[in-house]
Design a protein around this ligand. Structure first.
Ligand SMILES: [Zn+2]
Length: 107
């Protein structure tokens, strides 16, 4: 298993206090393997994770932005585009919020 490049330690990235943690791959579907390879995943409490997938698209998009930012700090933008094909960051996000953490998600 790769190390997450987004999160250090095992806790719910969205700030829940759930003890059952799922591993959420930031880019899923066809890109899941690449997410794993590059450490683009975070732990999320099981129910928060289900909720995010079922109802809360915004959280998933925020996580993609955070993932892209983390990747680009390591490998650069061109490689991100080569591997993941889509830019999730717009100008507003350039100041980005790398370890944005729970405050933003839960407010
Ligand atoms: Zn997930």
């Amino acid at each position: 298993m790769s190390r997450s490049i987004i999160q250090d330690g095992k806790y719910c990235y969205l700030g829940s206090s759930e003890t059952t943690l799922d591993k959420h791959h930031i880019f899923n579907g066809a890109l899941r393997k690449k997410s794993e390879k590059y450490g683009l995943w975070v732990y999320i409490g099981h129910y928060s994770h289900l909720y995010a997938h079922q109802r809360d698209t915004d959280v998933l998009i925020e996580l993609k932005k955070i993932g892209q930012k983390a990747f680009e700090e390591k490998y650069g933008h061109e490689m991100f585009m080569r591997e993941f094909h889509k830019n999730y960051l717009d100008d507003e996000d350039k100041e980005a919020f790398f370890d944005i953490g729970k405050d933003v998600f839960l407010s």
